[in-house]
Design a protein around this ligand. Sequence first.
Ligand code: URA
Length: 431
Amino acid sequence: MRAVDIIIKKRDKQELTAEEIEFFVRGFTSGDIPDYQASAFAMAVLLNGMTPFETADLTLAMARSGQVLDLSNIVDIAVDKHSSGGVGDKTSIAVMPMVAACGLPVGKMSGRGLGFSGGTLDKLESIPGYRCDLTTDEFKKQLKEKGIVLTGQSLDLAPADGKMYALRDVTGTVTSMPLIASSIMSKKIAAGAQAIVLDVKTGLGAFMQTLEEARELADLMVDIGRLAGRKTVALLSDMNQPLGAAVGNALEVIEAIDALRGGGPADFREHCLHVAAHVLLLGQRAKDLDEARVMAEKSIDDGSALEKLRVLVAAQGGDASYVDDVSKFGRAKYTEEVKAPRSGFISQVHARSVGEAAVALGAGRAKKGDPVDHAVGFIIHKKVGDEVREGEPLFEVHANDQAKLAKAREAVSSAFRFSDESVPPLPLFYG
Ligand code: URA
């Protein structure tokens, strides 16, 4: 078999066999197949798609490209949660401590920013010392002792996805249903999750722009999960506008901390409570969703979720005093408040434009391995449905460069649309 023939076959819209997919994934993992062939393969998949069988084969091959963890001797049920990616999505940073505080141990491997969407690891690294490179043994030890882990993909778990993820980010091959489904599910399967809650985003700032596509992605991932013997649930959530108010690494961590203190934007709090309730239910800690939600609320009210975040940060080498004093987070040199140019109702805050503007400010990467600027980003003060008066604060730009600030101001200003008529707020979930 030759990698080039497999690329040509996919380019010519033919279905690949399980053996061909396994060969390609193995070769790419070992380094025998170079990045340029993997990039061409990813582009062929993006353009021509994959059948559900090919996607399942790709997922299992990527999951088996490294170690597959068995956590059954560490926790009674290994649960995991994963978002398909969006703008301002700092959900894991709040939900994982909430769930762990309710007595359900959670160990999660997150990703870095991908295209215009932010990544939990980049966000958490705004806390000095926070390590995202735990080994598998460290992962297991921390899960057992602290009941919470939020780290990066260790090199021995689904390494094929780790390599492919970094390539996709910079080769325009992110928005492919089979590549997203296999990327997410291979990580979850390799990390030993027995129960998985998927937060599948839909809308202008999601990789799946329509509800139909998002539903298709959700169904595909649920099917793959079941095929691999994992209990899998998918929620369909809105990503037409950024989630919450903060977009940008440190700004988002601060907002997640606020939410764990009982504050923060109402939409973000509600989103987190709903996701946490599903994780608790699937993890068999509650008899129904209502009970699970009450547990999640209590973890915020009694401070136990915030305490779990401190435990997490300290366990991974971070400075936990940042959790109690958010003024310690590095701030950008320039902050500018942008005012509403007119009165009316907000009818759109284009999430993707905001995400792209954040990347341009330095919050994301232009090429593999680029450093990210943790301090830059936006605070969005007005969301869809809000009434605004001319001259009221619309959003804030946090930048480390004047020229970039000016461009970001322009880009985010054009992300807003206004209406003279009242506009209903966007739903948080579609199903
Ligand atoms: N999250 C992932 O882990 N992979 C993707 O491809 C998209 C979102």
